[in-house]
Design a protein around this ligand. Sequence first.
Ligand code: KIV
Ligand code: ZN
Length: 385
Amino acid sequence: MGKVKIFDTTLRDGEQSPGVSLNIEEKLEIAHQLAKLNVDVIEAGFPIASDGDFAAVRAIAKEVEGPVITGLARATKRDIDRAWEALKFSDKPRIHTFIATSDIHMEYKLKKTPEEVLESAVEAVEYAKGYVKDIEFSAEDAFRSDKDFLCKLFTAVIEAGATVINIPDTVGYATPQEFGKLIKYIRENVSNINEVTISVHCHNDLGMAVANSLAAVENGAEQVECAVNGIGERAGNTALEEVVMALNTRQDYYDELSDITLKEIYKTSKLVSSLTGMSVQPNKAIVGKNAFAHEAGIHQDGVIKERTTYEIMDAQIIGLSENKIVLGKHSGRHAFKERLTELGYKLEGENLNRTFKRFKELADKKKKITDRDLEALVEDEIHTI
Ligand code: KIV
Ligand code: ZN
């Protein structure tokens, strides 16, 4: 098995977080940063959902190079046509089509029989294949679906031309053991599974999206779908930074890593939180304000003697470095703004002026201004706007 592919859905499922709405420039800025982070796939949006989403997917497909660019489409010709209209400008386009496969969804939402769902899925993949080779098919609510129906449907959509099979835990109901078992079952019972990439897409309703994704990797999943800072519908999606660092910190165990450029992680997290307005909780793993902070005297003492006594990761790996330029009361506005940009913040005009003034006041009282101090100043500013 090769490296785990990272499929980023910050701009699609992530943007489905309640209250979040990104404009086209903001989406482009995030997409460029995701390309720097070196994700394998960017899900840029859901083109049929709105004209704005369509325009953003098209702009990303035109401008952003490196990753595969995909857009979501229900299993209908109209959705697929619209997705292709936006995606066709990319060098590496993928159509991502989906239909629900659980009894609950088929009966109450789709009002279709399993046979009708299977037929729609196959037709959608065949139709999308008329546009492009790379087709991802997702069985929405796969984890709560009948597993033999799921296997039958996957076998059929692979025959129809799907290149990636995605297995979502749409409502975040699985535990790692259960989810791992399902992936193994699918691998063993879909005869043509070796022709495609196996992908997983977990939601975090019980706080287990990352653990479930890792259990899936142990059982043969090759692509993990995730969002920066774990944003997304309800309790969110698998957090990209957590899954990547879990793989990275135990490479001997998984013996596969991702291609992510780790030093871009922190900056990406900051950019996403400042543009979405969704702040990161202080104790959030990897990118939270306290993730590398030591409060207890015993811990501080240990870390000073030897960092690895209380740290399993070096903060510098994710791009969180000590100031190279030490900011203090003599620092100018330019150096100040520069450092904020490096930390992933974009402050302009009055916001920048006010924050710079407060920085000077703080620098008068404190010799060395750390990145943490700067973050606190900016977060204060953002939250008082
Ligand atoms: O959660 C889900 O099932 C999804 C699919 C559309 C992939 O987001
Ligand atoms: Zn989802």
